[in-house]
Ligand binder design. Structure first.
Ligand code: AR6
Length: 231
């Protein structure tokens, strides 16, 4: 196994784990797969058009708040490319605050293929959902519902039919879902963040006082939901 940890100039680690060809699936360090790990995308900052500077302050503030409640669990902020501005901002701010980079780090990759493509074991993943908790749309919501198959939609419906901004919903993933069997994901947590896009429902019209409050609430609900299944 080769493990490559790239440290940014600011010191906060961005982890990239390479899986070598001779490694059988499932053999990625037994110990690592035992560590409760939540992978989450940056809520509201793409389709919902939330300001990246402000979002990065909220993310780092909330991570800091939850750090001492985590135990041995880990939080991982994920985005698709190494050019991700939100990842750079968060890495720099987390390093400034000296947040433990073993328990919170950033990772580049598709949140639906973190284990098979990235070698990172995450038993829980978060989804930037829509208020109807429906598949489709775009971004990470479409990707997660596609990768999970119909099992996720059915399991979601059993829990709730809609979500208010600032809230999260923990959904146990049936073992028939490919996300479970291939990626080791046991739960998806849907999160509805604040919306600043006038073409989407409940637009906050640039009200960032309310927006930051709702985004903070969304991360609190997400991390609480994760801790309720991690420990
Ligand atoms: N893996 C990791 N990160 C991703 C992936 C992926 N497969 N796809 C996108 N991201 P967005 P929002 C990152 O737009 O702003 C949907 O249509 C992306 O680069 O998915 O909360 C829903 O139905 C960005 O950093 O979520 C809602 O209506 C982050 O995920 C609406 O979009 C969030 O981008 C929610 O918008």
């Amino acid at each position: 196994k080769t493990q490559e940890t790239v440290s940014s100039s600011s010191g906060m680690a961005s982890q990239k784990i390479k899986v070598s060809e001779d490694m059988a699936p499932g053999s990625i360090s037994q110990d690592e797969s035992d560590i409760p790990t939540l992978a989450f995308p940056s809520i509201s900052t793409a389709d919902f058009q939330f300001d990246l500077e402000k979002a990065s302050d909220v993310i780092v503030g909330k991570v800091e708040e939850f750090m001492d409640k985590l135990g041995n669990a880990r939080l991982v902020l994920v985005d698709l490319t190494e050019r991700s501005k939100i990842l750079s901002l968060v890495r720099a701010k987390a390093a400034e605050k000296k947040i433990d980079s073993k328990r919170f780090f950033t990772f580049i990759g598709d949140i639906c293929q973190l284990y098979t493509k990235g070698g990172l074991c995450c038993n829980v993943i978060a989804n930037a959902a829509n208020w109807r908790l429906k598949p489709g749309g775009g971004g990470v919501n479409a990707a997660i519902f596609n990768a999970a198959g119909p099992a996720l939609e059915a399991a979601t419906k059993e829990q709730a039919r809609s979500l208010l901004p600032g809230n999260a919903l923990v959904v146990p993933l049936p073992s028939t879902s490919p996300l479970y069997s291939k990626e080791g994901v046991t739960h998806v947590i849907h999160v509805l963040g604040p919306n600043m896009n006038p073409r989407r429902p409940n637009c906050l019209d640039n009200d960032y006082v309310k927006g930051c409050k709702v985004l903070g609430d969304a991360y609190s609900s997400l991390f609480k939901g994760f801790l309720s299944i991690a420990n």
